[in-house]
Write a protein that binds this ligand. Structure first.
Ligand SMILES: [Zn+2]
Length: 163
């Protein structure tokens, strides 16, 4: 099996070519390409790590399979301080050439004649696992951590020294 290693993944892929070549693509997708996910959180940059291949399953269906993960920063709905959460998803989508077959498929599927936009596909999976209400497990602990970090700032006493 051939593995194509690159830092940034192409935004548009040919899943049928991946299937024919037995390739696995591994790389990153910028958060900026996932506008709905981006809008749900309080930062404007970041990237998802994605690894993906297209294989034939035992039942003959061709499936897009792989993993994707991303760190998102959400506002805690209890203390309003930011919280970082890692979203990790397993991808498993049946790849179909013709829309007609959607009627007979009872699992998640994607119809693609030739080229496929990668970011919306991955974004959709992340949105499915986004918490409806984000909360720290223990707000007070999270808040103490933030205060501790501030105290450790080596420049915190600089103002006193200058006086
Ligand atoms: Zn909190």
């Amino acid at each position: 099996m051939l593995a194509l290693m690159s830092d940034m993944l192409p935004l548009i892929i040919d899943p049928w070519a991946l299937y024919r070549h037995g390739s696995t693509i591994v790389g990153k997708l910028p958060l900026a390409e996932m506008p709905y996910l981006l809008a749900s959180q309080n930062r404007d940059s970041g990237e998802a790590a994605v690894s993906l291949s297209v294989v034939q399953r035992d039942d003959g269906e061709v499936v897009i399979t792989g993993q994707a993960s991303i760190d998102v920063v959400l506002d805690c709905q209890r203390c309003l301080e930011p919280m970082t959460l890692t979203l990790a998803v397993d991808l498993h989508l049946v790849l179909l050439k013709h829309e007609k077959r959607l009627e007979t498929i009872e699992e998640d599927a994607v119809v693609c004649q030739d080229m496929l936009e990668l970011a919306p596909l991955i974004e959709q999976e992340f949105i499915l696992v986004l918490p409806i209400v984000a909360k720290h497990e223990n707000c007070e602990l999270a808040y103490q951590n933030i205060k501790l970090n501030k105290r450790e700032n080596p420049f915190a006493n600089l103002k006193d020294l200058l006086n």
